[in-house]
Design a protein around this ligand. Sequence first.
Ligand code: NI
Length: 170
Amino acid sequence: MAKLEIIKLPDPLLREISAPVEQVDSNINQLFDDMLDTMYAAPGIGLAAIQVAVPKRMVVIDIADDPEKRNPLCMVNPKIVKRSDILRPYEEGCLSLPDVLVDIERPDTVTIEYIDRQGKQQTLEADDILATAIQHEVDHLDGKLIIDFLSRLKRDIIVRRFKKQARQTA
Ligand code: NI
């Protein structure tokens, strides 16, 4: 297991569309272990493979706030197949956008189809914060970020700030 580097805005990779995983093998499972290490160390409740610079449709989520009660969800090729009409607002952060919080309204309940670590097809109905986390991470696989829910003006201000920071630390 290894902790990987999390890429941050303005890294253009964050805008890439990740490719489906063809086969769940030991390499995929190794990457899941490394992604979990990276997420727990951050700490965060979700991480998409593209955030560690791997453009594959893979997501890890663990909404447990107690390290004793870890319950990781590892998803390959996740697809949201049903969304509730009821929306719920949540203030979202992202490990690739440190110190940015965005109020986002998303469907409160979603049904998701994915392939698990054993290569088995699964269906999960999720609500509340788990539903939010899943939608946030699936967005990453399509190159979408929380700042895309903001007005163009607010988004540009944040992007400019990150570009400036990247120049200063380069
Ligand atoms: Ni994120």
